[in-house]
Design a protein around this ligand. Structure first.
Ligand code: ATP
Ligand code: MN
Length: 478
């Protein structure tokens, strides 16, 4: 008999028939009740073992995380706590799990930090099962949104020949022997002898390549891995993360903001509709976690309330200049509570400032726009004032920056001048400049860090807990 997924069993459609289920034992209590999970849902199916007619040897092998196959009748449960259960007639242990050495003992309430070291097994816990299902549905939502709107999905290269993507520190890719690399006559490493015949890196962003495609296909998006060798050990940075980067020809910055807002609201709504049970569980988890925090650090809203709030309220659009005024006059700035005090226009905003604006001042998602040119990347469009660029960052409560984007500089001369001023090699980016030589047009796009979105939707607080196998400084286990 083919096995039925627990999710389908719990829907009750097969009640009073003989079924087979396969999965991993979560708990086994009173030598009788197996809580079986197969990953299809947060819920377990209760399997009632006829212990009087089951050999003691077999019962002993029903341990946490053992894989089993159970066959029996699916019936309405008389016990509290579940609607259906399987009255087991045949039980088979598929794979033993030694109770003494299985690393995750749920009754000891393992910490998230501990579970990170067991990333290959943490996915067998309720929380991580829920997070990873939500992550998967969010990814589907991303594709659904763009595909329905006629965007073309573009796979930009993971290995890039551009040293100046402008988004962060890069990891070098080489096949040269590091202990004895070939040298040129003047003693430098001879990259002509490297695999690609030049210096190459892992990409920090697919934007520049994405722009070339937008200039032909009109509206495109990327959704792929990006890499940043920034040595920042924070709860919001990974060395390897997934980024979604739409790029749209003929969109100005306002269109770009509209797209980002609509997109984020769509994917959250989509996921709330499809992941009700998982989100409800994660909401409970968050409440539990927050009990141990001081009142002032707890979120004002429960998870689902917070998600609904984002759906029902427009993001507040505020210029950088307005934001600086607000921050300069803020209590933490006056009382020198910020680590970085805001004195004048031009200061780069730190996450403490972003979070103040979102969480204390506006109390809703905020889109900051028109930043000083000199704290933003070379490709952002210069405003008429000559000192700000058409950049936008979207800031979210509990997360800080979730989106960074801009209207791109479409004027060839202005772009080249900017690159010269910043010492960016025009020859290396010859192909990028071609988009401004041949049929240039107003266009805009943004990058959204997928894990930051998953953080927000799941109510988790550390980015290491929303990607299967996190890559961070000093950590590439698994
Ligand atoms: P931050 O200031 O938070 O470091 P950034 O300004 O470097 O971000 P961008 O270069 O604009 O970010 O990248 C676009 C988006 O990618 C960000 O808004 C964020 O959601 C995400 N992102 C950037 N760096 C990381 C990282 N190291 N890990 C995870 N997500 C990231
Ligand atoms: Mn960064």
């Amino acid at each position: 008999m083919k096995h039925t997924k627990v999710k389908a069993l719990l829907s009750g459609s097969k009640v009073n028939t003989e079924v087979n289920a396969k999965g991993w034992v979560r708990t086994f209590r009173n030598n009788q009740f197996i809580a079986l999970n197969d990953g299809s849902t947060i819920h377990n199916i209760q399997c009632v073992v006829d212990f009087e007619n089951t050999p003691e040897e077999t019962l002993k092998r029903i341990t946490t995380s053992a894989s089993v196959s159970v066959t029996g009748t699916l019936v309405e449960s008389k016990g509290a706590g579940q609607k259906y259960e399987i009255q087991v007639s045949k039980l088979e242990i598929l794979g033993d799990s030694d109770a003494e050495t299985y690393p995750i003992q749920l009754r000891n309430k393992p910490s998230l930090e501990f579970l990170r070291e067991k990333a290959h097994l943490r996915v067998r816990t309720n929380a991580f099962g829920a997070i990873m299902r939500v992550r998967s549905v969010l990814a589907h939502a991303v594709h659904t949104y763009f595909q329905e709107k006629g965007f073309v999905y573009v796979n930009t290269p993971v290995i890039t020949g551009a040293d100046a993507e402008g988004a962060g520190e890069m990891f070098q890719v080489t096949s040269l022997p590091l202990d004895n690399p070939p040298r040129t006559e003047d003693g430098n490493i001879d990259y002509k002898k490297d695999f690609f015949g030049k210096h190459t890196n892992l990409t920090v962003s697919g934007q520049l390549e994405g722009e070339t495609f937008a200039m032909a296909l009109g509206q495109i998006y990327t959704f792929g891995p990006t890499f940043r060798a920034e040595n920042s050990n924070t709860s919001r940075h990974l060395a390897e993360f997934w980024m979604i980067e739409p790029e749209v020809a003929f969109n100005d910055l306002d269109d770009n903001m509209d797209l980002a807002e609509d997109f984020i609201q769509y994917v959250i709504k989509y996921t709330m509709d499809k992941c009700q049970d998982d989100l409800k569980f994660l909401e409970g988890r968050l409440l539990e976690e927050e009990k141990s925090k001081p009142q002032a650090d707890r979120s004002e809203m429960a998870l689902l309330e917070k998600l609904n709030f984002v759906l029902e309220n427009n993001f507040k659009r505020v210029s950088y200049t307005e934001a600086i005024d607000i921050l300069r006059d803020s209590t933490p700035n006056k009382k020198k509570k910020f680590q970085y005090i805001i004195n004048e226009w031009g200061a780069d905003l730190q996450s403490e400032h972003e979070r103040y604006l979102v969480e204390k001042h506006f109390k809703c998602p905020v889109i900051l726009f028109d930043y000083p040119a000199n704290i933003k990347a070379f490709y952002m469009r210069l405003n008429e004032d000559g000192k700000t660029v058409r950049a936008m960052d979207i800031l979210f409560p509990g997360i800080g920056e979730i989106v960074g984007g801009s209207q791109r500089e479409e004027r060839y001369d202005v772009l080249v001048e900017k690159m010269k001023a910043l010492g960016i090699d025009e020859e290396e980016l010859w192909w990028y400049l071609d988009t401004r030589r041949f049929g240039s047009a107003v266009h805009s796009g943004f990058g959204l860090g997928f894990e930051r979105l998953v953080l927000f939707v799941t109510g988790m607080t550390n980015i290491r807990d929303v990607i299967p196998f996190p890559r961070t400084p000093q950590n590439a286990e698994f």
